[in-house]
Design a protein around this ligand. Structure first.
Ligand code: SF4
Length: 209
């Protein structure tokens, strides 16, 4: 698909998310938060759920955690926010920023799956427990998951701490910084992009998502 085709399909999917009421969060949000960034990004981040600022602005990672992610992305990976794609596991804000519920994650999963299939990133970074457990289909927590690369369809998945946890400093900040250096290494090791192979388009079907 050309960039224009992907943009058109993502816009269509974003409209579906705007109209979505597949879980109760759809009736409580201010704005749905679909995702933002380069539709053909090599690198895609998947976070947890919109917070207060994201719910108001309709864009993921615009609060303090987002500012930290943007800063570390530039410093540790050498990329701007516009170079990558950023989305969340849930597209609507849970009230009071509570944790996502299993039924909400299940209801929202098809939206994320479609995003991944359209963008086809070659590196996926999951931020925090919820995205990491979902995409790796595991109950293991992020502290034990991180520090490794995982196969994910045709992509490499790197789980790391959520920037909101890193804002508190300590091990989460050190871990996030280390993992973003690893992201840079993986990107550097990637072979040159090849034209999409139609046979590969179903590969994400084989992942947990
Ligand atoms: S959180 Fe996801 S499934 Fe629930 S209403 Fe919003 S878009 Fe739909």
């Amino acid at each position: 698909m050309t960039r224009t085709d992907v943009e058109a399909r993502l816009a269509e999917l974003a409209r579906a998310v705007e109209a979505c009421r597949a879980c109760p969060l759809g009736g409580q949000r201010t704005r749905a938060v679909f995702g933002v960034g380069n539709p053909q990004a090599d690198l895609m981040f998947v976070g947890e759920a919109p917070g207060f600022h994201e719910d108001k602005q309709g864009e993921p990672f615009v609060g303090a955690a987002g500012q930290l992610l943007t800063k570390l992305l530039r410093e540790r990976v050498g990329l701007d926010r516009s170079d990558v794609y950023i989305a969340n596991t849930l597209k609507c804000r849970p009230p009071g920023n509570r944790d996502p519920l299993p039924d909400e994650i299940e209801a929202c999963r098809p939206h994320l799956r479609q995003q991944l299939k359209l963008i086809r990133p070659r590196v996926v970074v999951t931020l925090g427990n919820f995205a990491s457990k979902l995409l790796l289909n595991t109950q293991t927590g992020i502290t034990r998951l991180r520090g490794q690369r995982y196969p994910f369809g045709w992509a490499v998945l790197i789980p790391t701490f959520h920037p909101a946890a890193a804002l508190r400093g300590g091990a989460a900040m050190r871990g996030l910084e280390t993992d973003l250096y690893e992201v840079r290494r993986v990107l550097d090791e990637l072979p040159a992009p090849t034209p999409p192979d139609p046979q590969q388009l179903g590969l994400f079907e084989t992942t947990a998502l």
